[in-house]
Design a protein around this ligand. Sequence first.
Ligand code: ADP
Ligand code: MG
Length: 493
Amino acid sequence: MSSSPKPEVRSYRNYIGGQWVKSSTGETFPVYDPSTEEVIANVAAASSADVDRAVGAGRAAFDSGPWPQTTAQDRGRILFGLAAKVRENAAMLAELESRNTGKPIVEAEFDIADVATCFEYYGGLANKVMGNVLPVPANALSFTLREPVGVAGQIIPWNYPLLMAAWKLAPALAAGCTCVLKPAEQTPLTALEFASWLEGVGVPPGVVNVINGVGETTGAALVAHPNVDKIAFTGSAAVGKLIVKSGADTLKRVSLELGGKSPNVFFADADWEAAVDGALFGVFINQGEVCSAGSRILVERKIYSKFVEAMTEKTKRIKLGPPRERDTKMGPLVSKEQYDRVTFYLEIGKKEARLAVGGSRPKQFSKGYYIEPTIFYDVDNSARIAREEIFGPVASVIPFDGEKDAIRIANDTPYGLAAAIWTRDIYKAFRVVKSFRAGIIWVNHMQPTYVEAPWGGYKQSGFGRELGPWGLEEYLETKQVFVNLDETPIGWY
Ligand code: ADP
Ligand code: MG
């Protein structure tokens, strides 16, 4: 292992109203490098008073501040400025993201490039928001205005920390909203570095506030706050349900991107090499800590045994390693909590199904939250490891007989985020595409994600869509305006 000097343990505050402020209670919490289990930063925990201050700053910047009056062109330019900052600092951000999450550096570099692309996309979209003129049957002019929804509370997960922040900040700012962002408590560092550039590129104070702390206190205070107009959340289904309930008291607009148990379906006529590769990529990328992970691998019985064998052999060669080594393909899980959760499911899986490969902690690491990439096979779709989101490098392989059976098993899940199908038969491919009950479908691939295309789920995977124009819609209200052109009195009374 390389023995680069230890980076200093840095301290971060919350970013509220354009200033770096300490916690009102003085409380801080540690942030870890999951590959060494060492503390790499201490971060101020936002109390409910701090949340109130951040929402107040967002409210003031929206109600009486310059942001909604800034022209759409100028907001677009500012977003391009943010993208440029991200590109200038890409190496630092990727290093920090990899250090804090445990993800391989090469994957972190892709994430950071996507962050910049996201700000560029919504920078371009800012001045393309348009209303309609409506053909009402009256001597009148009827039209719509598209207006920002107000103060947006944005709650972010730890698997793609800065990218998930970008998916929410960029469209909100393009729309003219102000933001209170709460990163995941495990991984707040890149969002805090990002916040340090806001003022310099022209984002006025209060337009973006970043508050830190655990979900149960800081996050819950943000969701309950009466002056927040909208909550955008990405995370677990359990917390998504809490947010809908708590948000109901003030009838907040809510958009949710929750988990999944996405099927990755392989027919016997699929391109063999691509299919085996695609099965592993679909479930193991980012240590399997992916909401759209293809964690149910459905394989047509004709190729089932051979496919399990080929996946197993290839999985044995996946290189686990320190996240900053460039040939590392899998790093540690993000936290002790996540390591324990995945370990718990490994034990369940060993009782419910047969283990092809993996299933424990890799022997070569004395520290770090590493888990071997794991494949269970002969999994029944009613098993817990086929129904519950694990959020780790754990695949459940399920055999099927023919197209109908594949569709039935694929859709037999409470979730509906994503699905993929592998075949060379285009009739079959499109029939299955139409049959899947999920928001994102891939054919002969799994996971590619582009800012131009909508992202979000059916069923218990949430509601609302991020990315593309759909992502901007989530931050807009529609105002209809009726202008009477007929000067004669109504004459009713
Ligand atoms: P995980 O359990 O894998 O960390 P969560 O859904 O709990 O996933 O976390 C996703 C985000 O939601 C994090 O930013 C977390 O702090 C936040 N969060 C967790 N619980 C709540 C809650 N009750 N209210 C608001 N936010 C929460
Ligand atoms: Mg949680």
